[in-house]
Design a protein around this ligand. Structure first.
Ligand code: ADP
Length: 250
């Protein structure tokens, strides 16, 4: 059956540690990520955003629940199966760009394909790098690129395999406001023009305002979400949760 979701995460539970010091990072969290859309995940520090993202990306395991990524069940996979899945079906855009210093921009971009033993689609690389405005930087090594250019190389590398989902973890955290806006605009275009599914974890309301949808985590659960967020609607939702949490705590 065809589903509009690139990821369907259902009833995820994840506990770190045991006994009295155990922390339940995911407490029956469920979330659907729509295919071809740009989704932001927000929530206070410690609400489970990273744990949720790592689980959905096959980087880490959960105790129970189900995660369908492009219809494939991740829960119960072996480490090796998850590694293969990550190489071919998932892209990552980290705050630390993790570019290989000894390789040129072009070699960095092609690296995921080489690791997966796949051919480089030159037309796709040309389109990606042209859209990102780094065509004239492809022979440079990371040390010869600005922060914003390195980030764009990292984005091209994340999308070069045409992954089922590209995950971005606080991607604008280390960028100046101009580079941040450019990156967020590109993530939007990747969804709109290439049909790329994007999941971005952020604590920045204005960054979330670029997404098609925002989901909110609190205490290990997805507690709310809305379409077409703006910085203002995101801030209003967060203020509502803070008030509700304070009421519970009082
Ligand atoms: P967020 O990304 O929203 O800040 P996390 O997913 O990092 O939240 O963390 C959720 C909860 O799990 C927090 O209470 C955190 O302290 C705890 N946690 C995360 N990773 C670990 C770990 N490796 N060991 C123990 N506790 C952890």
């Amino acid at each position: 059956m065809d589903t509009p979701f690139a990821i369907e995460a259902t009833d995820l539970v994840k506990t770190y540690g045991t006994g009295p010091t155990a922390v339940r990072a995911l407490d029956h969290a469920s979330l659907g990520i729509r295919r071809g859309r740009f989704t932001a995940i927000m929530g206070p520090s410690g609400s489970g955003k990273s744990t949720m993202m790592h689980a959905m990306a096959g980087l880490d395991t959960v105790d129970s629940g189900s995660i369908l990524l492009g219809g494939v069940e991740l829960v119960g996979m072996t480490e090796r199966e998850r590694t293969l899945l990550r190489r071919t079906r998932v892209g990552f855009i980290f705050q630390q760009y993790n570019l290989v210093p000894a390789l040129t921009a072009e070699e960095n971009i092609a690296l995921p394909l080489r690791l997966a033993g796949q051919k480089v689609d030159k037309d796709w690389v040309r389109e990606l790098t042209a859209t990102l405005g780094i065509v004239d930087r492809l022979t440079h090594r990371p040390a010869e690129l600005s922060g914003g250019q390195q980030q764009r190389v990292a984005v091209a590398r994340a999308l070069v395999t045409r992954p089922e989902v590209a995950f971005a973890d606080e991607p604008t955290g280390a960028l100046d406001s101009h580079s941040s806006r450019a990156l967020l605009a590109f993530l939007r275009r990747a969804a709109n023009e290439f049909g790329q599914t994007i999941v971005m974890v952020t604590h920045d309301a204005s960054a979330a305002g670029h997404a098609d949808r925002v989901e909110f985590l609190s205490d290990g659960r997805v507690v709310d979400g809305h379409d077409n967020p703006t910085a203002a609607t995101v801030l209003a939702s967060m203020a509502r949760f803070d008030a509700a949490r304070e009421e519970v705590a009082a």
